[in-house]
Design a protein around this ligand. Structure first.
Ligand SMILES: C[S@@+](CC[C@H](N)C(=O)[O-])C[C@H]1O[C@@H](n2cnc3c(N)ncnc32)[C@H](O)[C@@H]1O
Length: 231
């Protein structure tokens, strides 16, 4: 699979360095990965499940987040997209979840799924994912995802989201509290969220997390969490 590269800035006034996600996974340097379930997700879970016991939830650029495991155990159906095969394999292996893999030619990738099909992770480029593979999601946990991609790709990313989410789907999105244009993770303005998602009103800021020290060292003070319903 082709390597995608994006920019990582160490600080607002430092020179951009090339950042390679797969390399970070291979060097065991996935600093964004959390050892437990994200407490902000737990706090606001109803907003993306719509209080349903069996919601279909989307995890774009999912890494090996334990949030997927947690929600699948609650009875929800979880679908992730991640282009590091190492991360996807580690997700299933480290959590002792048996899985099978099959090729997904339209994405030039693979689909890893557990036995009851409740956890499905598409291993490949998000920009080749879409409604031809999965649709009708009830909610999205967009943590470290839209903010992780190059700003010029935001519209394309959001167009994919629009095509796979149900109208009224709950969307939680985080964006970095740092100067514009530096990242990943990048700052995304409220106006941009409103414009690209076609919202009638501003998204609600539901939380703010103070950044961990490694993120602070990169010039990011924290993470804003926004919530809105898909039009
Ligand atoms: C900041 S991490 C966030 C991971 C996860 N959402 C979490 O909360 O732990 C971003 C992830 O996106 C993956 N990624 C970056 N660009 C991608 C792309 N175009 N398609 C699929 N995955 C991508 C990286 O490998 C990395 O695991």
């Amino acid at each position: 699979m082709r390597k995608r590269k994006v920019f990582l800035a160490k600080g607002a006034d430092q020179v951009h360095e090339m950042f390679d996600w797969k390399d970070a996974w291979e060097k065991d340097n996935a600093v964004w990965h959390m050892d437990g379930v994200n407490s902000t997700l737990e706090k606001h879970l109803d907003k993306i499940t719509g209080k349903e016991n069996k919601a279909k939830l989307f995890f774009p650029l999912c890494g090996k987040t334990l949030d997927m495991l947690h929600l699948s155990k609650m009875g929800h159906e979880v679908v992730g997209v991640e282009f590091s095969e190492l991360a996807v394999r580690q997700f299933f292996e480290e959590n002792s979840v048996p899985c099978t893999a099959s090729s997904v030619s339209s994405m030039e990738g693979m689909l890893y799924k557990n036995d009851d099909y409740r956890i499905r992770i598409y291993c490949g480029d998000f920009f080749k994912f879409g409604s031809h593979l999965e649709k009708d999601f009830d909610g999205v946990w967009d943590r470290g995802a839209l903010e992780a991609i190059e700003p010029k790709m935001r519209k394309t990313y959001i167009d994919i989201m629009k095509s796979i989410l149900k109208p009224g789907a709950g969307y939680i999105l985080d964006t970095a509290d740092r100067p514009i244009g530096i990242g990943p993770p990048f700052f995304i303005s409220v106006d941009e969220i409103v414009e690209h998602f076609g919202l009638k009103s501003q998204p609600e800021q539901i939380d703010y997390e103070i950044a961990e020290p490694d993120l602070q060292a990169m010039g990011c003070a924290g993470l804003f969490f926004y919530y809105f319903l898909m039009p």
